[in-house]
Design a binder for this molecule. Structure first.
Ligand SMILES: Cc1ncc(COP(=O)(O)O)c(C=O)c1O
Length: 391
């Protein structure tokens, strides 16, 4: 019997759905006590000293760079295989994106190539913890220290991911998380910035709120709620609503269980696909804990090289079509940014400029994985993955 299995599915408990009624009933809808509660729980879970909720991970990346003083003419090193907004925020601030190829096994930035990308204009490295696997942060931090660069962790997919015992987002100057519905904790749209630098945290809080010297909540709870705040900065509006804060906060009460469930689902896939030489499942080395935001594989890994890439790409797309007809949603793991029109046209890239990113773009496939996935759904996916290739 055919069943439909989406690539990801939001799974909320009824208590979590109910939680949004509280701010709706109280009438305090924007960045109030519920956002503060979510931020506190996020800090407790990740071990971050400061957590600042914002409107998306893209806002988090943008605000991090803006608060650190990144501006026109500055350069940032960004992996060539990631979601486009990792690069876009650099463009938005008038900077130049310097792409770096990825490691073909982890999908994360190739730390051996970073130093060759650094110039006198480089101000930041933006490593991405792609799909829930930490980038190799020790060498990245060493390079950053040597060249006096900021490290902005794109931890959009990093919930539950650890690097030698530390949660991602606590390893660089800031960490930036996403609460888009494809992420393990969702607030519809939403993001979080983590940082151990309290001065930087204050600047980010000010910039997220139109550059105000104090938040509306602080003003309302203070001695003179009738007076408006000063605005020492020309800031942005990147405040999270309390409706989102309530939803995020409620999910954090089962944060550990959510991570464990996703890891268990990934292990079931790993065991089921162990003997398929035409599918390379996600790799997680010692010292790393994978959060499994998704389950990215490489199709036909032995042929996935520059000379075989177009052949594998065609075969992968045909396979995705077969799975789609069986009711199973799959996606390429993410984009090679240098192959997208904006960056290709602006910087004149060719596909092969970042070969591993190009191969990952054309040969990767993410299979459905979401907490709340039933055994029946997962068994169906496993069965179709194994049997469909015969077609
Ligand atoms: C690696 C990465 N960075 C940034 C983002 C952007 O996150 P948001 O949609 O919260 O802005 C995403 C979203 O999927 C992502 O995967």
């Amino acid at each position: 019997m055919k069943i439909n299995v989406p690539i990801a599915k939001t799974s909320l408990l009824s208590s979590e759905i109910q939680s949004v009624l509280e701010p709706l009933k109280s009438g305090w809808l924007v960045q109030g006590s519920k956002v503060a509660e979510f931020e506190k729980k996020w800090s407790n879970f990740t071990g971050a000293q400061n957590s600042i909720a914002v409107t998306s991970c893209t806002s988090a990346l943008h605000l991090s760079l803006a608060a650190l003083g990144f501006g026109p003419g500055d350069e940032a090193v960004v992996p060539a295989f990631t979601w486009i907004s990792t690069a876009n925020v650099v463009e938005h601030l008038g900077g130049k994106v310097i792409f770096c190829d990825i490691d073909p096994i982890s999908f994360n930035i190739d730390v051996n190539q970073i130093e060759s990308k650094i110039s006198s204009k480089t101000k930041a490295i933006i490593p991405v913890h792609l799909f829930g696997l930490s980038a190799d942060m020790n060498p990245i931090n060493e390079i950053a220290k040597k060249h006096n660069l900021w490290v902005i962790e794109d931890a959009a997919c990093g919930f539950g991911a650890q690097y030698y015992g530390k949660h991602v987002g606590t390893l660089g100057h800031t960490g930036c998380f996403s609460f888009h519905p494809r992420k393990a904790i969702t607030t519809g749209e939403g993001g979080m910035i983590t940082t151990s630098n309290s001065e930087l945290a204050e600047r980010i809080k000010c910039l997220r709120d139109h550059g105000a010297a104090m938040s509306d909540l602080q003003r309302h709870l203070g001695a003179k709620p009738y007076l408006l705040a000063d605005h020492p900065e020309a800031g942005y509006n990147q405040r999270m609503t309390d409706i989102q804060g309530a939803l995020g906060s409620a999910q954090m009460d089962r944060a550990h269980d959510i991570v464990k469930e996703r890891q268990k689902l990934a292990q079931v896939y790993n065991d089921a696909f162990i003997n398929l030489d035409w599918l390379r499942t996600p790799v997680c080395s010692e010292g790393f804990v994978h959060g499994y935001q998704s389950y990215p594989c490489i199709f036909k890994p032995k042929l996935a090289n520059l000379s075989g890439v177009s052949h594998v790409n065609e075969a992968r797309n045909r396979w995705m079509e077969i799975l789609q007809q069986e009711g199973i949603s799959t996606r390429p793991a993410t984009h090679a940014i240098h192959m997208l029109s904006f960056y290709r046209n602006k910087y004149g890239f060719s596909h092969t400029d970042f070969p591993n990113a190009c191969i990952a773009n054309d040969c990767s496939i993410s299979l459905p994985l979401f907490h709340g996935m039933t055994e029946v759904e997962q068994e169906y996916v496993i069965d179709k993955v194994i049997s469909s290739l015969k077609k």
